[in-house]
Design a protein around this ligand. Structure first.
Ligand SMILES: [Ca+2]
Ligand SMILES: [Ca+2]
Ligand SMILES: [Ca+2]
Length: 483
């Protein structure tokens, strides 16, 4: 490939190729013009004799190149001045924008961006695409105990907040608030071995639900008056690992992943709840049998609504099918089964029109044999023709418990939470970048301890990643430095 690239990265003069094909015979519709010191070509009408097969340029190349540039030099003799004259462009790192600055242009040399003031805020006219340069440790948060999950969300009037599911039943869980530079403890919430938090909104209501090792889950509502989360409903759950909130045709649903009943009953029902507007509470809508369910992921492709469960364990083996469901006639029906190994997380993402699902495989365990933690986690791509998800890429992970997808500028990334390799919890979690047909390629290694979750968020124009630890009382915020 590199030799091909070399031979094709040389510029080719397409015009001379056409004009000099037969120098004795002029090409119809083409005239040479001289203007000042510049000589150019005038094309008065397109002529079929100017075209040639692409194979003349791309010998020994079966595929048309994905990236190429065509340079054109144009001369305009008459252009009507249609440009509206604005005030001068001011140059600097910060400029205010209010009524009196309306229509003013501002160039920020650091961001290489040109902005126009609309009377209230700066609107981007031109901006250099952000590209990830490096990842910087930004904040270490000392937490009251180990953490199984972080949920980052926005509360209107309060800004960015993060709920952390802490292990300790004594100190409970905590909600943090972003104060321009980092997260600060905002509210403690008493929990019994919290496993996950999920934030969702019902109209203007902001709700937060927690899952715990006990036999119940609690839904909290943000009280605008008290500026706190207050408990509103308790639901019977079985070691619930995850909640997923979603809306289909204006109806709100919650899917709970029931992990196990008692000590070893894993093949049980997980429940889809539906919001009842009259009783203002969630009622059971549908039961779906799951095996050690760990995660629900809801996603939409065109007119279709999907829900996929991560099945982790059936009591004997972690090699169980995880199931993708599709919404038909007001309930979920099986769409496809995919073999997984202690599946702990599904993440759906789109790149252009392509739809992907990635699974986090925790470990292989069968009977009394020792567990294998260093195994493949797999990315699947939706084949629209076959209406099936097909294997796209395998990535080696170490007891993966979470995938997080995000985009920066025009680039796409995946970060994995590697939690254990069979010997140690101190491992690198890896950040992968999308590189077209090569798929995802590792680019950054982030040291973590017992990593349980990654979340991506942006605030104040900056991009961040936060990870939580199930083995140490700390969470870390990383800043994604761009150039
Ligand atoms: Ca999370
Ligand atoms: Ca997920
Ligand atoms: Ca996550």
């Amino acid at each position: 490939r590199s030799s091909l690239l070399k031979s094709y990265s040389l510029p080719l003069d397409l015009l001379s190729l056409v004009l000099e094909k037969n120098p004795s015979k002029p090409v119809p519709g083409v005239q040479i013009r001289q203007d000042g010191g510049v000589r150019g070509v005038q094309l008065s009408s397109p002529d079929s004799s100017m075209s040639f097969p692409a194979s003349e340029l791309l010998a020994n190349c079966d595929l048309f190149p994905k990236i190429f540039s065509i340079v054109l030099t144009l001369k305009f003799s008459k252009v009507a001045p249609k440009v509206r004259i604005y005030q001068q462009v001011s140059v600097g790192l910060e400029r205010s924008c209010s009524d009196s600055q309306q229509g003013q242009l501002w160039f920020n040399p650091l961001r290489k961006g040109l902005y126009i003031c609309d009377g209230a805020m700066w609107i981007t006219v031109l901006e250099d695409h952000k590209r990830l340069d490096y990842v910087l440790e930004h904040q270490v948060i000392s937490t009251s105990s180990e953490t199984h999950d972080v949920e980052v969300f926005i509360v209107p009037g309060m800004g960015l907040m993060a709920a952390m599911a802490h292990q300790s039943t004594v100190s409970g869980s905590a909600v943090y608030r972003w104060n321009h530079t980092g997260f600060q403890l905002y509210q403690n919430i008493s929990t019994q071995g919290a496993l996950a938090w999920r934030h969702f909104t019902l109209g203007k209501k902001v709700l937060l639900s927690t899952e715990s090792e006990g036999d119940f889950s609690v839904v909290y509502k943000w009280s605008r008056r008290r500026k706190k989360f207050v408990a509103v409903q308790t639901l019977k759950t079985y070691c619930a690992r995850d909640w997923e909130a979603f809306t289909i045709t204006n109806q709100h649903y919650l899917a709970v992943a029931n992990h196990r009943k008692g000590n070893n009953n894993h093949t049980i029902d997980s429940v889809i709840y539906k919001w009842n507007r009259l009783t203002k509470s969630f009622g059971v809508h549908q039961m779906l049998q799951t095996s050690g369910a760990y995660d629900w992921e809801f996603f939409t492709v065109g007119p279709y609504d999907f829900l996929v469960v991560a099945n982790a364990f059936d009591g004997v083996t972690t090699s169980v099918d995880s199931v993708i469901y599709v919404w038909v006639n007001a309930s979920f029906q099986e769409f496809q089964r995919i073999k997984t190994f202690c599946a702990t997380d599904w993440e759906m993402f789109q790149i252009g029109s392509r739809v992907f699902l990635v699974v986090a495989n925790g470990h292989r365990l069968h009977g009394n044999k020792p567990s294998q933690y260093t195994i493949n986690s797999t990315i699947y791509e939706l084949d629209m023709g076959a209406q099936l998800f097909v294997r796209f890429q395998d990535i080696v992970t170490h007891s993966a418990v979470d995938w997080e997808f995000f985009s920066l500028g025009e680039e796409y990334f995946l970060v994995v939470a590697n939690s254990f390799n069979g010997e140690s919890y101190s491992l690198n979690s890896i950040l992968y970048r999308w590189q077209g047909y090569e798929g995802f390629v590792p680019i950054h290694w982030l040291p973590t301890i017992g990593c349980s979750d990654w979340e991506y968020f942006t605030t104040g124009g900056e991009s961040y990643l936060i990870y939580s630890s199930a083995k140490a009382p700390l969470s870390k915020v990383f800043k994604l430095k761009t150039y």
